[in-house]
Each structure stands twice: as C-alpha cells, then as structure tokens.
Design a protein around this ligand. Sequence first.
Ligand SMILES: [Zn+2]
Length: 721
Amino acid sequence: MKIQMAKQSYKENLIKRLEEQKNTPHRFWKIAKEIYGNKKKDSIPTLIDGLMQYNTPEQKANLLGEYYASQSKAPDIPPDHVLPHYPDLQILGNLEVTEHEVCKLLRKLKTDKAVGPDGSTNKLLKMTVNSITPSLTRLFNTVLQSSNYPAIWKQANVTPIFKKGNRQDKANYRPVSLLSNVGKIFERLIFDKIYSFCEERNILTWRNSGYRKNDSTTNQLVHIVNNIYKNLDNKKESALIFLDQSKAFDRIYYGGLKAKLKAIGVYGPLFTLMCNYLDNRRIRVSLDGKNSKCFKTTAGVPQGSILGPLLFLIYINDIVDNLESEIHLYADDAVMMTSFKRNQERVAFEQLNRDLERLSQWASDNFMMFNATKTKYMVVSNCSQDMDYPELRLNETSLEKVHTYPQLGIHLNDEMNWDGHINNTINKANKKLNIIWKLRQDLPRYATENIYLTFIRPQLEYGCLVYISCTKTQKQRLESLQRRAAVACTGAFNRTNTERLYEELGWASLESRRTYYSVLQIYKMAHRLSPDYLTSLLPPRQRHRRTTDFTPIKCNTSKYQHSFIPAGIQQWNSLSVQLKTATSISSFKHRLKSEMFPTKVKHYSLGKGRSNINHTRMRLGLSHLRQQLHSHHIIPSPFCLNPNCDQKPETTQHYLLECPKYAAERQRLLEALEPYTDRTGINTLTKLTKFMLYGHIDLTTNENQEIFRIVQHFIIITNRF
Ligand SMILES: [Zn+2]
C-alpha cells in the first residue's frame, strides 16, 4: 500500500514537471517515457569479459574505456595509399576569427546541452556573451597562431549507452562523448572556414549527402527512387548494392587523414593545428559518478566533435573516383547502382563486379573495411518471376540478394511497393501513440498535442516524398493513425467527423501536408535551394504557356507518374501564379500554408480535464447531449430527460441556455459572461450559444480563455456529463 502511494505521488510529481516542461519537448518526452513507458533503469550490471568479472563502477569504467580506445587504433603498418589529386590547388593556412563571428555563435548556443570535461556550460556562455566575447576571441586567435590545440578540449568524457543484447557484454554499450563546450565553439569556427573553403573549390563530392548544407537523407532517397522508377518506365531493371562499411568512423587513421588534409590544401599553421587537434586525444569513461583512467585514442574521427564529420567527408571523398556505376553515400552509408535491359544483366553485373573490386582496393589503401557478409544487393524489375542473376563478389565473398532493404530509414523493396515501409512506420508510431492515450487523462491538451506534433507526426512524415506514390489504402492507414492521435488529444468520441476534428486542432491532413512538402521541394529545386543533382531532375520550363510552369514529364508507367518528380511537377503547375512567383521561400511557405492549412485557434487547446473534454465534444457536434447522440444514430430519441422539458431536444443551446434544471447555475454563468457579451454585441440565443462554444474573434486569446474557463466551470457545476 505504501509503495502504491509512493508510486502515485511520484507520478503526480512527474506530471507536474511535464506541465512545466511545455517549452522543451525533448525533456518532456523523456519524462513522459519515465511515467508511462517501460523504460528500464540504465545502470550497468557486472560486466563479464573472458573469465574476468568487473563489479565496481571503476572496474567497469576502466574495462569500457580500454575497449573504446582499442576500437580506434591506428594500423601497425600504415597503408601505402595513393592520394587524390585536386586540380587548381589553393591553400588555406592562416585563419583568424573576429569578435562578430564568435558573438554570433555564442548567441546561437543551445542551452540544454550537457557539460564537458572543463565544466563550461552553454547557459553561462550565452548569458555572459557580451563580456566574454572579446577575451574568447583573443583566446581563439592565440590558439590559431600558436597551432597548439588545448589539451582540455581534446579530452572526452564518455558515457556508455546500452544498445541491445547481453547487458553483461562490453561490446553492447555505445560510447557517447562529451567535449568541452568552449572547445566546440572553436571547432565550429574552424569547421565553417574549412567547409566553405571546400565548397568554393568544389572539393567535396556531391555524391556524399551526409553533413552537407541543403542536403538530406530524403533528398538522396528521392534521387535514388526516382532513378529506379525512371528505369522501370524505360523497361530497364535496376541493381542496387547496399554496402556495409564496418566502423568506418573509428578506422580513420591520423596519418592518412593528415595527408588528405594536405591534399585538399590545408597548409601552414592551420595544418599544424589540425595535426595537434588529432594527436594525443584522450577519453575517460564516467560511470555512476566514478571516472576511469584516461585512455589514448590513436584513430577515428573524434566522436561528439564538430570537426569530426567534416574530417570524415574529406577522408572518404575519393571513394567515388573511377567508378563506372552510380554511387550514393550518406556519411559512411553507401549504395551503388546501375541499370540494364533484360538480357544485358551479364554486362551490367560485370561492371558492378569491377567497381566492387575498385572499392575493395580503395578500402585497403585507406585502412577501411567493407563487410561483405553484411553487404546485400537487390534487383528491381518489372518481371514478377525471380530471375537468376550473375554472382556479385566483394572480398572473395558472394553477395546475398535480398527482396527488401532498410536504406536510411526507408524500407525499399524489389517490387517498389511500400507495404514494408508503411507497416514499419505505423508500428513505431503506434507505440508512441499508446503513451499519448495513457497521458491524455492527466495532461492539459496542449501538452498531449505537443507530444504528437513533436514526436509522432515527424515519424509519420519522414521521407514522405520518397514513398508518395504509395497506394490509397496505405495513405489512409497513415491518416487514420493521425486521426486516432486527434481523438486522443481532444478526448472526442470516435465517431466525430474527421474534418471537424482537424479544424478543432488546426491540423492539416497528412495528405495535404504531403502536397505542401511536395511543391515546397519543387520550389527549392527551382531556386537552387536543394542540391544540383535534384535541380537537374526538373524538366525545362514551359515555353508557350506561362514560364512559371514546367513541362509535364511523359510517363509510360503509372508508378513513375505517381512518384514525386512527375506528380510534384503537376501539383506545382496547378498552383496559383502568385504562389509560383513568390520571391522568397519564407513568403512561399507562408502563402502556401495559409491557403492549404486550417488556422489554429489557440484558446481551444487551453484547459484540461473532463470539463474541457465535454466542452470540446459539444463544439465538435458529438457529446453526451442527447440531440447530438441522436443525430449520430447512437440513441433513438433526442429529447431532454428532465421531466419539465416536455419533448424538447437536448441541443447545446438547450443545455447551455434553456433547460430549467440548470437555471441557478446559468444565472451565475451569464453574469460572468456579461462584460464580454456586451462588448461583442451578442443579442440572440443562437449567437450566445456559438459564443460559448467558440469564443469570439474580436476578443484576445486571454479573454477567450477566460470565457472558456467560465463555460467549463458551468459544465462542472451542472454535473450533466
Ligand atoms: Zn432540459
């Protein structure tokens, strides 16, 4: 009993915290999981390694620290690699940062980040921005001139996070590194300079979309999937090889990376600084308040760092050179593909095999490794029967052919139907939605809504342009999940009309949101706000008609026709001229939203509990009021049950303004509303009913909220529901 009470008060306390966290959704979700999810405690049990047992936090921390350091070790004998050649070499050697640059970064800092080894918090840095900018700038410039990277910025505090599998196995814990926050600001400044140097000289291949400005996983997937559809449309098959690189980030060895930095033009003091940045890095594992010894890492881009991803891109940049097939990378994730006509598979597969050979050579030159047993391939064809294809080989291993593969979070399959992907999305979203169902009784509506919009809807929409050609039934399944969320957030009855539900919440249907994303992407492509490889997929502008339109793409197959590019262009062409000629992306977005999406009425979602739910239900046209139940064919008679109401239908107006049963409560209600009704010129019962359900457009949000509070108080004291 005591335990139950303790649990109850723990829960109440968490709910209170949840309400306070309305502005930081991530923390919000963490707490929500704590209450309702079955989140297990994160403590690490005794670790077993070989015959040894590790019991105390220090022992465990040391075991993990040593293990992580061993994961990133330089090769004993450095490979003898051929350096890529970049024509018209220019150099970047002397850097200087300005107070303006430093100040700008300080102001943009996110304050909910954890603290690194030097104890500097972003919150403090941001708070003191004006006073520390000059000295921080001086410090940074001193580091740049001396080429001496401070040791404290090179030390990482590592927290082990359980992945899955056996909890006693060290290999099942992923390291998460925390670096100095000041050091990270410095890294950001260097990152920006080296990145724009690379961009101006076109050094980084467009084939790697990872960490690139204006690029994304979905951009790349749209490109890949468009190629597949186009091939099908031209009666061609596509072979895709999903390459698996083992621990690519950890294997980057500093000798090779330094040589490659030099090859792109990093020279002089900056080069020395970068060497210094890489050498003598240390990690220390923290566990249950105890720290391990410091372990030296001798390879791998520093985890948790700002420069790491860019260094990785520079390191693997030449992987794409000399290949005959198409390759697409996202950081270390790679797909190689080619297309061929039926009966030409031999030639195509020979080419793929040559390229696999080249990749394998590149890997051994660069101390990288492809994992052949985890590398799979898939063939997409119009032919329904399973063909025999020639063998594909990587590192002497024959590759396995698969029918489906999860690429960058989207499940592709060889029939190009989206069943697997939609099922997977729905399952994941459903799990989270169940938490909302449990939460909705205890939380104010804006809070449950916030959780849906922040954590579930993005999941339902991830990559939606990639699978936009999915079937109507599949789209309906996604939509009904959003509908369920709407029901959960509002507390409405299941039979409530979907449109009214969405209007109540100010939500657009997923369908119209897809249309929105679709034309927005076309806008970006047309205005070079997306990578060139996407822009180049646009057909020419129409010559005869308005120049804002694109020539429709001729498609032979309906699959291609319904896919993003051809369908998106049609949607674009049907937009108003005013939209198509919008001069900035923000004005385009703004206009598009106001044309397509319902407006959100803020005061609807304020308030909580049963009274808010019953108020909402009345507004939505389906509540326990008998006339509303009757109109939905739920009960046979609409009449008020009060014996004095002789055959009067129990409408909202009847309940709120006429039923004699609540005369006393109503007296107080009307008195409280009077100042507002007078001002807005409400003079009929119909208008007054509407006023009580919706508030009034001429009043402020606060005033409307007050009206809602008054009406909801009436709902409580009449005890009708
Ligand atoms: Zn009545």
